[in-house]
Design a protein around this ligand. Structure first.
Ligand code: 26A
Length: 341
């Protein structure tokens, strides 16, 4: 039976600033319609620009934080805790409040000299373009892992989850936690997060994957992984298999799950050949906003595994939560809760 704070997730806590019909913003800042990037000097004014020119919706984000909230959605009370760094500001209060509402424990490191991170979410049709200013999130210091609160959580965790985005600044911390998972004999899971992670942070990612018993990603991240590793293929099953068979520091075969929009999800597990799990097509009329769908999927998978479900069932539960998120504004699920397990 799941117990207290079985899941410890960590990543970049961000407040999403979301706008709709942002075609003009994409053009102005030369952004791809479906992407996630770190802010560069030429985008610096985007936050102010959307506040001045659009109706901005503020909603709790941060990919791994979204995933942890989704896992909590299907787990018993007090099952999930989340580590990340925030500032001492109103944005952090908004994130804490959202986590409190949904039962996710915020075990934040507070870095008062830096503002809480934020993410401009530019929605056009069914696409979303994310531009992130990490702020305090990238100041996460490994000393936080040694605080009594966090130590207590990590000593007793039954499952770890790391947002791949964290390697942009925190590969060292990621590795410490990954090694801890190995030491205490519990699964460590990792999300590829965005194409630029395997593409530009290849080495950092490759230092952590050996400890991951579960790797989750989507089709464009898988293709970016294949390119970075010169696999010479864009076949998603072949890429999933290559990730599963990449160097390992753990005793069990690695499970790899690659989502592919409304196409079947690809699964490699137990050293077996890849197989696919069909997913339900969501009618275009029911799609509100795809922001966070992949995070909700991952939360469903991880939460279901903690509940003792098989990996096939876990993927199906992930698909349900991903689908539910697509029908909501922002990286959110339906409340009052619907039965998904
Ligand atoms: C380092 N970067 C770029 C990021 C992110 C991020 N979360 C962590 N690190 N860029 C965007 N996000 C979050 O992804 C969610 C959608 O999957 C956004 O906050 C958004 O809620």
């Amino acid at each position: 039976m799941p117990g207290q704070y079985d899941l410890v997730a960590f990543g970049n806590p961000l407040l999403d600033m979301s706008i709709r019909d942002g075609e003009e913003v994409l053009k102005k800042y030369n952004l791809k319609s479906n992407d996630a990037i770190l802010v560069e000097p030429q985008h610096e004014s985007i936050y102010e620009y959307i506040v001045q020119n659009y109706k901005v919706q503020y909603v709790a984000g941060g990919a791994a934080q979204n995933t942890a909230r989704a896992a909590q959605y299907i787990l018993p009370e007090k099952s999930t805790a989340y580590l990340g760094a925030v500032g001492n500001d109103d944005l952090a209060q908004q994130l804490r409040a959202a986590n409190d509402r949904e039962g996710l424990r915020s075990a934040y490191q507070v870095t008062p000299d830096h503002p809480t991170g934020s993410c401009a979410v530019v929605i056009t049709g069914h696409d979303r373009s994310l531009v992130t200013r990490l702020g305090a999130a990238e100041k996460f210091d490994k000393a936080h892992l040694e605080t009594p609160e966090v130590k207590q959580l990590t000593d007793n965790a039954k499952f770890f989850y790391m947002g791949g985005f964290f390697v942009t600044h925190g590969a060292e911390v990621g590795l410490i936690v990954a090694k801890k998972a190995k030491e205490i004999g519990v699964p460590f899971s990792l999300n590829l997060s965005a194409p630029f992670i395997p593409q530009f942070f290849t080495q950092q990612l490759d230092s952590i994957i050996p400890y991951a018993s579960l790797v989750i990603g989507n089709e464009s991240e898988a293709v970016a992984y294949a390119e970075a590793h010169k696999l010479g293929t864009t076949d998603l099953s072949a890429i999933a298999e290559a990730i599963a068979n990449s160097p390992s520091e753990i005793s069990k075969p690695r499970t790899v799950v690659i989502t592919h929009g409304s196409e079947p999800t690809i699964l490699v597990e137990g050293g077996n050949k890849p197989r696919t799990i069909p997913t339900k097509q969501i009618p275009a009329s029911e799609i509100v906003d795809t922001n966070g769908a992949g995070d909700a999927f991952a939360g469903g998978v991880v939460g279901a595994l903690i509940l003792g479900k098989s990996i096939d069932e876990a993927v199906q539960i992930g698909q349900k939560l991903g689908g539910m998120c697509i029908g909501q504004d922002g990286p959110r699920l339906k409340f009052p809760k619907e039965q998904v397990v």
